[in-house]
Each structure stands twice: as C-alpha cells, then as structure tokens.
Design a protein around this ligand. Structure first.
Ligand code: BGC
Ligand code: CA
Length: 346
C-alpha cells in the first residue's frame, strides 16, 4: 500500500515537472506570425485581388495575444527574382511562407531554402507537381480544381446555347467557337479548355473550333489575339471561351475597338469572378463566369499559416492527401453576380 502511494506521488511530481518545464513551453503558441508572401506577378488581376483578401484575413487574425505581420514581394514574372525574394523574406524573419510560384515546375531552390531554415511553405494558385510536394513534409497547397472550373464554364455555355437559339448566329446547328488560353504550363490553362469543350459536347452541343490564342491571362494580350482572330474569321465567331475573366474582357475590348455593333457580338464566358468580371456579367456583356473563391482561399491560407507557426492545425480545415486544400468554384450568371460582388465587399 505504501509502495503504491509512493509511486502515485512520484508520478504526480513527474507530471508537474513535465508541465512546468520546457515541454510545456514548447506547446504554447508563439504570438508572432510573420508571413512572407511571394507572388508571381501582382499586376495579374486575380492575384492582386487574392493578395488583398489575404492581407485582410491575416489582419483579422491579429489580436488575442496573437500578432500577424505580412510582407509581400512581387517577382514580376522572374523565378530567379522570386528565389532571391524568398531568401530575403526568410532572412528578415518570416516564420511561414505563402508562395505563388513563377514557374510551377521549378520550386526546388525555394524548398531547399525553406527546409534549411525550417520555415513551412504554403504554395497557392500555381500548383507544384506532386513529386516536388513530396520533397519535404512542411509543404502545403491551397487552390482550386481546374477541372471543376472548366466543367462549370461548359455547363453555363451549354445552358445558354440550349435556351437561346440566337447564339447559333448562322443557324447551321453548330457553334463556331474560339478559345483564349492562359499561360502554357499552368495547371488551369489546358484543363479548363479541355473540360469546357468536353462538357459542351456531352451536353449535345455540336462544336466547330475556328481558332485559339494564347494570351497568358492578360487582358491586353487577349485583345490583340482576338483582333487577329476576328481578322481571320470576321463574323463567323459565335462563342468565345476564355480561361479567365481578364482575357474574356480583352476579347470584348477587341470587338469594341473594331467598332463592331453589339448585336453582332458572339457570347463570351470567363472564369474568376474578378470585380471587373462580375460587373461585366451584371451589365450583360459577359454571358457568365465561374467564381474562383479568393476569399475562401485567402481564409484557408491565413488560418493554415497561423496554425503552422503555433503548431495546432484547426480541425475544420479539410485536407486532401494530408497537405492540399481545394476550395470549390461557383457558377455565376446575371442572376447571381451581385451576390458575389457583395461577398467581395464591393
Ligand atoms: C486565374 C487567373 C490567374 C492565374 C494566375 C488562375 O487560377 O484564374 O486569372 O491569372 O491563376 O496564376
Ligand atoms: Ca453556327
């Protein structure tokens, strides 16, 4: 009996020592979350809006004994510049990184730097290949699934074509279309195009592809490409599928610049639901878009960043394969565009 009492007492003392010693301190949340954000090009409209959301989300998590600080670096399209910026962000004290790679196939230097300094990385929007994500266990990804956005764009277009016979301008039973594509090599470009086209076909739409142009997500480049395509096919084009809103808006710019009357315009579809994209949907210029949930992505990144520093991952963050978070897309037409603009607080 006395032996038992002695053992129990000893256990108690040991527990006490554990609790009040280093072990206890290690699990306490550090109160400073220094987030280093590196983006591929802040002049990209969607990325600019996503970064604004991220700043807001992180600021919102400050308080309650927690301090969040954000430093943002813009690589303006150069991977080498981004590697230097990441090094500087770490040297300046970032304890978690959010990285929007310039070249999604070339993250090794950044991963090495992060691992050497034990700074966890959340990649976003430009998804590294799976092999690179396996290089270290503190690598995460937050984004959305390209396939879903392509399918939704195809469904929106199919719904319109079925309900409005005027889309088939020459009444030949087929839809003559062109595609404006984002950067080659970006996970969202080819997959969005393929799935939008397949979905149209699966919905019984007969298609005829007239042409395509690569416009690297960019409105001005899309305007140029579209002007060339209008030059080749003049009034034959009935549908423009753009991999993002900015390129869809660039296509509309081309028609306006050429002084083509609106009644002779094809129908345009984008993806993103940027502020300008949503306004164009509300004005009836863009037939539809697919909402790329920047608020949801920013919120997931901010919470994950804080938890990676404090060491406790919130239970309601849903991971795929342990380290990926994908936010869903939503279909947007003139019927609901305003709700999304409100969501963005505009
Ligand atoms: C967006 C584009 C953006 C690109 C940048 C895509 O997910 O839809 O608008 O330019 O990401 O990486
Ligand atoms: Ca036709």
């Amino acid at each position: 009996m006395r032996k038992w009492r002695f053992a129990a007492g000893l256990l108690f003392v040991l527990l006490g020592i554990l609790l009040f010693s280093g072990c206890g301190r290690q699990t306490a949340a550090p109160d400073k979350v220094y987030v280093g954000v590196a983006c591929y090009n802040e002049s990209d409209v969607f990325i600019g809006e996503l970064i604004d959301c991220l700043k807001e989300e992180l600021n919102g998590l400050s308080g309650d004994g927690m301090e969040t600080m954000v430093t943002i670096r813009d690589a303006a399209g150069s991977q080498r510049t981004q590697n230097d910026q990441v090094k500087a962000l770490i040297d300046e004290g970032s304890n978690v990184l959010c990285i929007n790679l310039v070249d999604r196939a070339d993250p090794s230097e950044i991963i090495d730097l992060a691992r050497e300094n034990d700074v966890p990385v959340i990649f976003f929007n430009r998804e590294p290949v799976a092999e690179d994500m396996m290089q270290w266990e503190k690598l995460y990804y937050v984004g959305a699934k390209a396939k879903q956005s392509g399918v939704m764009q195809g469904e929106l277009a199919a719904e319109l074509i079925h309900s409005d016979r005027r889309v088939d301008r020459n009444r030949d039973g087929k839809i003559q279309y062109v595609v404006l594509e984002g950067e080659p090599g970006h996970q969202d470009s080819i997959i969005r195009t393929e799935n939008a086209v397949d979905t149209l076909k699966n919905n019984g739409i007969e298609l005829e592809k007239l042409s395509y142009g690569i416009a690297n997500w960019n409105r001005a480049q899309a305007q140029n490409r579209m002007m060339q395509m209008i030059g080749q096919h003049s009034n034959e084009i009935e549908l423009v599928l753009a991999n993002n809103d900015d390129m869809a808006l660039g296509a509309i710019d081309a028609y306006a610049k050429l002084n083509i009357t609106e009644s002779a315009f094809p129908v345009f579809f984008g993806i993103d639901g940027t502020d300008a994209g949503l306004r164009a949907v509300m004005d009836g210029k863009l037939a539809g878009t697919v909402y790329n949930d920047k608020e949801g992505q920013a919120a997931a990144m901010a919470r994950l960043a804080v938890s990676l520093v404090s060491g406790s991952v919130p239970e309601d963050l849903e991971f795929e394969n342990g380290r990926y978070i994908y936010l869903p897309y939503y279909k947007v037409t003139i019927a609901n565009a305003e709700e999304f603009l409100d969501k963005a607080g505009k």
